[in-house]
Design a protein around this ligand. Structure first.
Ligand SMILES: [Fe+2]
Ligand SMILES: [Fe+2]
Length: 266
């Protein structure tokens, strides 16, 4: 493949492998990692940049800035900002259902705060599958653990934070539960699930379909862009928890298809 396609740049990977990614996305590999070279691609990441703060609504910026120093692993900081970026549209497509907006935003901001508490090898294990569904058995344990650790981290941060939005005790408990159950490995204990749980799940899942993570995941999951696009397209209808999520994801798949076509066209 042409390594110098207009609009694309290359990322050098161990074993003389080279990946093509759009030139506006910065992708790095960790230095001095305890993870062996054959698994290093699993830890590729997009470094934090303050430009991602633009995705956070003003009323949640202070809280996001309080939390983001605790999200520096597995591209969790960028992932969290982009997950927040889809909430306004997810809510507007929710047919005027009552939604606790503060709980929703705060839980999305905190949902992956467990990742930085884990070892690099556990984080690598959590990415050892090549679509967006069907986690490998190796990925299940760290995924479960990050949700448990995240609920503790959420409790601590909510206690320590003293700005807006102010959450009641009941809202804080709701946020902790949302973090604990967010990955759907453990089912939410009641039916129907609250709308905040469903929209958090879909905001989280939308990350796979974003410009940034689509290309990052072609590296982390060692999958050709055209194949990964196909995987995402095939997974879409079952992957999302709400029709609102599917609506947005279908649009994002179209955008990713255009990018892949730009790379692969002769
Ligand atoms: Fe998560
Ligand atoms: Fe997440």
């Amino acid at each position: 493949m042409d390594a110098n396609k207009p609009g694309f740049t290359t990322v050098k990977l161990p074993g003389n492998r080279v990946a093509n990614v759009p030139e506006d996305i910065v992708i790095k590999l960790p230095e001095n990692s305890p993870v062996t070279d054959d698994r290093l691609h699993l830890l590729a990441y997009i470094p934090w940049d303050d430009k991602y703060l633009a995705y956070i609504p003003d009323e949640y910026t202070d809280f996001f800035k309080f939390v983001v120093p605790h999200l520096g692993a597995r591209t969790t900081d960028v992932h969290t900002a982009l997950s927040v970026s889809h909430l306004a549209e997810l809510m507007s497509l929710s047919n005027n259902q009552p939604i606790d907006k503060d709980v929703l935003y705060v839980s999305v901001i905190l949902h992956d705060s467990g990742w930085p508490m884990m070892e690099p090898s556990e984080i690598a294990d959590s990415l050892s599958y090549n679509s967006v569904e069907a986690y490998s058995p190796q990925a299940m344990k760290p995924k479960e653990m990050h949700a448990t650790l995240g609920s503790y981290a959420a409790k601590k941060m909510l206690r320590e934070y003293s700005g807006a939005p102010e959450l009641s005790e009941a809202q804080q408990k709701f946020v902790r539960d949302l973090v604990y159950y967010h990955d759907q490995i453990r089912p939410w204990p009641e039916k129907p699930e609250p709308i905040e749980y469903l929209l958090l799940g879909d905001a989280d899942r939308m990350w796979s379909y974003t410009h940034e993570n689509f290309w990052l995941d072609t590296i982390r999951k060692n999958t050709e862009p055209a194949q990964y696009l196909e995987n995402l397209r095939n997974a879409l209808e079952d992957y999302f928890l709400t029709e609102q999520g599917r609506t947005i994801a279908r649009r994002l798949v179209g955008e990713r298809a255009q990018e892949v076509a730009k790379l692969t066209e002769s």
